[in-house]
Design a protein around this ligand. Structure first.
Ligand code: DGL
Length: 262
């Protein structure tokens, strides 16, 4: 049993979709969420830069004495988790596109994966894809521009819907019946994605699976928190605090106080 906090980080607000699943499953854990908003999007930035940023955030979280960290970003997981695991002994849980459940659930045998360009080009994703490509046709598409729209303080829904249609319609035309949200940001606009994809598209993300894996790892190490208090989430950003507060008002259902990442 440990009352120490858990760290969760992403390039921006995307990891809130994972944080939501963690909050539901483990309501008594003390959570610190770091948004590296000054450096979002990570997607096109390259592995070296993303690894440097991830190490910086890990150093911060380690100084805050976290007992485990969730890398709530597919792009950072693909780019950096191996290096993070070499450096830190604490449990580290990453996220990757939910290709396995999608391949199992698809009836047409055609699965679409919407993710960042960095995730799609990564060795980790290519290996994952190759494990299923004999049975399932996997159509990948980089959601270029979406993260920027999701991170904007004023939500431009028309622009989001236009961009989504340009990504999803070609997948539908090729027979995809299951769509993997391979970037944690995209789960925040699931309603818009569902409206563009239509009722026949099964939409899959990894939020619940990540929360369950975190719970399993904490229980294995006896690190779960048995105290019944519920702490407010501590939000930290490398970006503009006012903007972050506006985004949290849109994407996070609880009152939120934001401090600066130092
Ligand atoms: N939310 C992240 C992911 O899951 C990163 C998006 C970005 O910053 O490009 O990949």
């Amino acid at each position: 049993m440990s009352a120490s906090p858990l760290g969760v980080f992403d390039s921006g607000v995307g990891g809130l979709s994972i944080l939501h699943s963690i909050r539901q499953l483990l309501p008594h854990e003390d959570l610190i969420y770091v948004a590296d908003s000054a450096h979002a999007p990570y997607g096109p930035k390259g592995e070296k830069f993303i690894t440097q940023r991830s190490l910086h955030i890990m150093d911060y979280l380690a100084a805050r004495k976290v007992k485990a960290v969730v890398v709530a970003c597919n792009t950072a997981t693909a780019a950096a988790i191996a290096v993070l695991r070499e450096r830190y002994a604490m449990p580290l849980i990453g996220v990757e596109p939910a290709v396995k459940p999608a391949a199992e659930q698809s009836h047409s045998g055609v699965v679409g994966v919407l993710a960042t360009s960095g995730t799609i080009a990564s060795d980790k994703f290519l290996t994952l894809q190759s494990r299923f490509s004999d049975r399932t046709q996997i159509l990948t598409r980089a959601g270029t521009g979406l993260v920027e729209l999701i991170e904007q303080p004023q939500f431009d829904e028309a622009a989001v819907l236009r961009l989504l249609a340009s990504f999803i319609q070609p997948m539908k035309d090729k027979g995809a019946d299951t769509l993997v949200l391979g970037c944690t940001h995209y789960s925040l606009i699931r309603a818009q994605i569902a409206s563009v994809a239509g009722p026949d598209m099964n939409i899959v993300d990894a939020g619940t699976a990540v929360a369950k894996e975190l719970e399993r790892r904490l229980l294995t190490k006896g690190l779960n928190n048995l105290v019944t208090a519920t702490y407010p989430v501590q939000f930290v950003t490398s970006g503009d605090i006012k903007v972050q507060e506006q985004l949290l008002a849109r994407y996070w259902p609880e009152p939120a106080v934001v401090t600066a990442l130092v």
